[in-house]
Design a protein around this ligand. Structure first.
Ligand code: C2O
Length: 369
């Protein structure tokens, strides 16, 4: 950062240094011994288009494959940077004081700021990359580079018809789903409110009340209204949807966008166990959230809703275009355990990633009409 006429010029964040990580809360990912290419990550243009399916509509064969992917991931040794634990650590590192940046403040002093991808404009692109590399790692472990795609948890779909989209998908719900071994998609640290067929409470208003059929009807209306408010009426322009700017030199947490606060945050809190030793773990705590496999299905839905928002009529619903946003860089481990550099400009066009989403009704769009 350089000072100019007494003012600090804000710059986009460069990629953090994985070998200079502050191991606060044990979040540092496996350090990297190779040299990180100065060049940006190159997407595989020849990758066939893969469709991310709705989690409640998966057939038995897909569920079996999906569960096998997580068994293989959980079996990688901790020393492997792609391992289950290391992916959760990576998420934690990018949100929990692991990476710090020295900056010159407006008063001319040096100050250390922690780096954080939540609560601001980095939220959507960072998680898109995180899921993409997670998905490529699972595909590689399965030996299925061409077709494997992460399912999305379609909790915004309030249809009362079975299979319920807005309850916890059965593949995650039952620890003995395939009757032989405990499901690799199960996490014992979930709230008792998540018990199937309870419905997601997007406002977190019910505090796990007994969900009678009558209450579920009300809950569906509330959920639809929350979706309509957060994506339609409260987010007609980019800044409201994506959240506040966040550049080198500014403190983290300047303000989350509407999708990030809620439904995103509330689904995390609804899923985590308030009575766990560490309350609200795993899903309700940033540090542990990615230890629950449902994290990735939850974020696939968030990622899908980013595309849905861009397609809504009215307002100015476009991606942000500030240079400091586009040039912000991150590092991720790819499916070959190489540390690669990406930047936000690469995240905005979903076609780069060679996936799309199974079509589902987004009926909350019409809530206000
Ligand atoms: Cu990185 Cu849903 O949070």
């Amino acid at each position: 950062v350089f000072a100019c006429k007494g003012l600090v010029q804000a710059l986009p964040f460069p990629a953090p240094n994985f070998n200079n990580c502050n191991n606060y809360q044990g979040c540092c990912p496996v350090p990297y011994n190779g040299t990180i290419s100065e060049k940006l990550y190159v997407f595989d243009r020849k990758l066939p288009l893969r469709t991310r399916p709705a989690a409640h509509l998966l057939d038995d064969a897909y569920i079996a494959k999906y569960q096998r992917a997580y068994r293989l991931l959980r079996a990688l040794p901790d020393s492997d940077p792609r391992s289950w634990k290391n992916q959760a650590k990576l998420h934690c590192a990018y949100c929990n004081a692991a990476f710090n940046f020295d900056v010159l403040t407006s008063s001319g002093r040096n100050s250390t700021m922690r780096f954080e991808v939540h609560f601001g404009w980095m939220f959507l692109p960072w998680h898109r990359f995180f899921l993409y590399f997670h998905e490529r790692i699972l595909a590689k472990l399965l030996g299925d580079d061409d077709t494997f795609a992460l399912p999305f948890w379609n909790w915004d779909n309030q249809s009362p018809d079975p299979p319920l989209a807005n309850a916890i998908p059965l593949a995650f719900a039952n620890p003995m789903y395939d009757k032989k071994v405990q499901s690799s998609l199960y996490d014992e640290r979930r709230s008792r409110c998540t018990k199937w067929p309870n419905l997601v409470d997007l406002q977190n208003a019910l505090e796990c009340a007994n969900q009678t059929l009558e209450l579920q009807t009300t809950l569906r209306q509330w959920n639809n209204r929350l979706m309509y408010t957060q994506l339609v009426t409260a987010a007609p322009i980019s800044r409201l949807f994506f959240g506040e700017s966040y550049k080198l030199g500014s403190a983290p947490g300047r303000g989350a966008g509407t999708l990030e606060v809620s439904p995103h945050g509330n689904v995390h809190l609804w899923t985590g166990n308030p009575n766990a030793t560490i309350p609200f773990s795993d899903m309700g705590i940033l540090q542990y959230a990615a230890l629950d496999p449902i994290f990735y299905a939850h974020h696939a839905n968030i990622d899908r809703l980013w595309e849905v928002w861009k397609s809504l009529p009215g307002g100015n619903r476009k991606d942000l275009s500030q240079a400091d946003y586009l040039n912000t860089q991150f590092l991720f481990y790819d499916e070959n355990a190489a540390l690669v550099k990406v930047q936000i400009s690469q995240a905005l066009n979903i076609n780069n990633f060679r996936y799309n989403y199974e079509g589902v009704p987004n009926s909350w769009i019409h809530e206000g009409s």
